[in-house]
Design a protein around this ligand. Sequence first.
Ligand code: HEM
Length: 452
Amino acid sequence: MTSVLAPPPAGSGLKAVPGVGGVPYIGSTIAVMRNPIGTARKRYAEHGQVSWGWLLGQRTVTVHGPEGAEAVLVNRDKAFASGPAWSYYIGPFFNRGIMLLDFEEHLHHRRIMQQAFTRPRLRAYMDAMAPGIVKGVEAWRPGGGFTVYDHVKQLTLDLAADVFMGVELGDAERARVNGAFIDAVRAGTAYVRFPVPGLRWHRGLQARKVLEEFFYRHLPAKRRDGGDDLFAALCAAESDDGERFTDEDVVNHMIFALMAAHDTTTITLTSMAYHLAKFPEWQERLRDESLALGRAELDYADLDALTGMDMVMKESLRLIAPVPALPRKVVKDTSLLGFHIPAGTIVVVPMLSNHRMADWWPDPDAFDPGRFAPERREDKVHKYAWSPFGGGAHKCIGMYFAGMQVKSILHQVLLRYRWSVPGLYEMPLDTTSLPSPKDGLPVRLDRLEQSR
Ligand code: HEM
């Protein structure tokens, strides 16, 4: 049965948001978690671009399609706040991370943080991560049942110590910090959302303490000595108006940035590895491209030259958007594509399913990197048709960093290994949190005869 979210104000000319309430607090949560794309398609077919339902305990409006994504993310009326929406999931563990700030305050932090992502800084991060990538990839053990996701996750975590923290860690300290980081991330998807000793939420709070203690301890040396890592960059960052981060800001932003960077990059590489295993002709094309560069290590300038890799990355980000949905809380009554949205509502932009809408993408479920080739550019159909990095004020600040890291890693893998999956294999995705393979993506990994 269709029920409306709230009657629009008389004379406003706005429409009421239709939807299916279902069981209060639960609604379509289980269906969305199990099959986000199928559920979104059904809902779009039944109710159109804007509809509401219960999701994860909240009355939630889902706005399908790029027009809605643009309206929410560009946020001209300043009606959609990121902080209160994201805090529901990750607030206690990623307190005062930049994505949890809004409007003027967010802009103030963003202006300073931008200085840690300038081109010279990115070049320095790329140089800093290169030896760790070679060492990590070289240590992989070829054979059957090589789980790509687990290995890439470990590699990106190890790289974070070099390029994010820039701190020499002993094995025990590394394990302690990495463990705390993993617990903080996991806590966001806890079912029991209050601290019971031994359960995820409690472990997340403990982990936050470990991370804070770690960063505060190393902060004075970072401020004093500088360096080519993100931690040093945040300590030194200064906006054009001379604003700088306090110690507390640096610690909060470091903990958040680690989280924002880690799973997203891991998922992107896993998705690329999966598609390259399913479509070996693309794997060979990318390997030829990497070999043709004639250099063991990528330069910053090479990133644009790897055109096949760029298309595969874009297509993999389209098919599996690492951040599957972007939530916002409505802070004042507003309108969205002609619908009345009352203050207090949660609005979600479902990036994962938006990228698979047949109204915007020909053959939306097919892996076809050529759709991003200059002569096709199917993403040009709308500015927000392809938006794995979001848009507007909160658009991913690490977008170029991500491209740099993903391409640097894949280049080294292509030069050393060939990998495959059985013909009928389909990667089973766990979509209860950020999308990841339930089975870790087991492949057969073979060392190339002549690695370079
Ligand atoms: C392929 C990898 C990545 C993807 C798909 C991705 C995606 C996103 C998305 C969709 C948002 C916006 C969320 C929203 O508006 O609600 C975002 C924000 C953000 N990302 Fe990324 N991200 C990636 C990698 C990174 C990396 C490597 C870093 C850091 C080095 C990073 C740092 C951030 C930060 C700090 C924000 C918050 C920006 C703000 O609120 O102003 N991300 N990311």
